[in-house]
Design a protein around this ligand. Structure first.
Ligand code: AR6
Length: 176
């Protein structure tokens, strides 16, 4: 039995979260995009992009691989750090669930290493990357529940709308 923090759900904009770590649903370029990524870079400002550019100039010269996670400053966001992870694009012909699970596991591991006690996740891969919400919610909840989150006081999913919130609520009820 692993030690788990209670999972919280919220509806809103992840960039407004007052937590130690905000998780970004990035792409492998780490240089920004739409959705959560665009909002984080817009509000976080040039310091976030600057650290992403340094990562691209160094350790992640070919980009951040899908499923992995890396931290930068949160710049002007209320959070202390952004942990960027790259979700898989939904595929109807190939099961990429483990990669989506990896995003959650690796983001938690990077956050724990930083000493974070609170973390907010978006619904990774459910926007531009088209992963069906109920399935993404099931994988996200089951994965976080399977991790040791005893070092965290808060593990929160921040959902953009009621449909996403309902999908996560249902996953919390059923994924025990
Ligand atoms: N706060 C919380 N949730 C949000 C916000 C926000 N500010 N904005 C959107 N969402 P997406 P992905 C929800 O597309 O599918 C980017 O261009 C949204 O409704 O942000 O992993 C990257 O650069 C959806 O439920 O991420 C990549 O290229 C969820 O967040 C690509 O999109 C994820 O949607 C990544 O696609």
């Amino acid at each position: 039995m692993v030690a788990v923090a209670d999972i919280e759900l919220a509806i809103g904009d992840i960039t407004e979260q007052e937590v130690d770590v905000v998780v970004n649903a990035a792409n492998s370029s780490l240089l920004g995009g739409g959705g959560v990524d665009g909002a984080i870079h817009r509000k976080g400002g040039p310091d976030v992009l600057g650290e992403c550019q340094e990562l691209r100039a160094g350790r992640y010269g070919s980009g951040l691989p899908t499923g992995q996670a890396v931290a930068t400053t949160a710049g002007r966001l209320p959070a202390r750090w952004v942990v960027h992870t790259v979700g898989p694009v939904w595929s109807g012909s190939e099961d990429r669930s483990e990669l989506l699970a990896d995003c959650h596991r690796n983001a938690l591991a990077v956050a724990a290493e930083l000493g974070a006690r609170s973390i907010a996740f978006p619904a990774i891969s459910t926007g531009v990357y088209r992963w069906p919400l109920p399935d993404a919610a099931r994988i996200a909840v089951a994965t976080v529940r399977g991790c040791d989150t005893s070092g965290f006081d808060v593990v929160r999913f921040v959902l953009f709308d009621r449909a996403a919130h309902a999908a996560f609520e249902s996953a919390l009820r059923t994924e025990r």
